[in-house]
Design a protein around this ligand. Structure first.
Ligand SMILES: [Zn+2]
Length: 261
């Protein structure tokens, strides 16, 4: 009996949230669009990465839900081009970002995106490329050929606060140049652990980055500071059978909660 009540309550809650979401989801870009933050797409994370991983079948369901709601994925390069007036964006854009550059982004994520003709942004750590568990240069180039944008997530994944000029130069500028000499165009940056200060942003500006994503939740529009874009974190679902409900709740929450500095 208790089980039945819980099932009915869950269905009712999902339908109610779904109808709210439909209305919110059709807002124009001036009200803001979400950028989602993912890491690994795998069924077999180790203990330390469990929290940062999503099973491929759950990620596919999340993407199908977004497409059903009328969202279309864009890259941050698209967003910057639209900000400059060079292209138009779809009515309901959304950006899917993946931090750290794990090799499952090639083996698990790419086929799911490809089969639905969708795109994403992957932030790679220059000195981890080709090491066990991380993307190789060949895989990164292949991802780029499939329309996936590659961004920089520093040279060594160290928090960027109170670093010397030399360290900032290596982590922000040299890492970008190193990736670019392998034929990969880099425009966007992701702060390790979401940590940054004004000095970091000066380096981003001098290094010709056009955008940077934080760990602060909320939506984005053309007025959002381009080096402080908000993201909605999507961790491993707390209860796998309720994964979609949790996903919807996280999206709804981000629409009402835009964190400021
Ligand atoms: Zn990271």
């Amino acid at each position: 009996m208790k089980q039945k009540f819980l099932t009915i309550a869950t269905i009712f809650l999902t339908m109610t949230l779904g109808s709210i979401f439909c209305r919110i989801g059709s807002r124009p870009i001036s009200d803001g669009f979400p950028i989602l933050e993912y890491h690994m797409i795998t069924d077999s994370p180790d203990e330390t990465s469990f929290e940062y991983s999503i099973p491929p079948e759950i990620f596919a369901k999340q993407l199908d839900f977004l497409l059903d709601q009328g969202y279309l994925t864009i890259t941050l390069r698209d967003f910057e081009r639209a900000r400059r007036g060079e292209i138009d964006l779809p009515e309901n854009p959304i950006v899917l970002t993946f931090d750290d550059g794990y090799s499952d982004n090639f083996y698990e994520l790419l086929p799911i995106l490809e089969s639905r003709k969708q795109v994403a942004v992957i932030y790679i750590v220059a000195n981890l490329i080709g090491t066990p568990g991380y993307l190789t240069w060949g895989e990164i180039q292949e991802l780029q050929r499939h329309g996936i944008e590659i961004g920089c997530h520093t040279a060594n994944h160290m928090p960027l606060e109170n670093l010397s000029e030399e360290d900032l130069r290596r982590e922000i500028l040299d890492s970008k140049r190193f990736i670019e000499i392998h034929g990969i165009a880099v425009e966007s940056f992701s702060y390790p652990n979401g940590i940054y200060d004004s000095e970091v942003q000066k380096f981003l500006s001098n290094g010709n980055y056009t955008s940077a994503v934080t760990g602060k939740s909320g939506l984005n529009n053309f007025e959002t500071d381009r080096f402080e874009l908000h993201r909605t974190n999507i961790p491993h679902p707390k209860i796998e059978s309720l994964a979609m409900l949790e996903f919807e709740l996280r999206l709804i929450k981000s629409k009402f909660q835009t964190e400021q500095e």
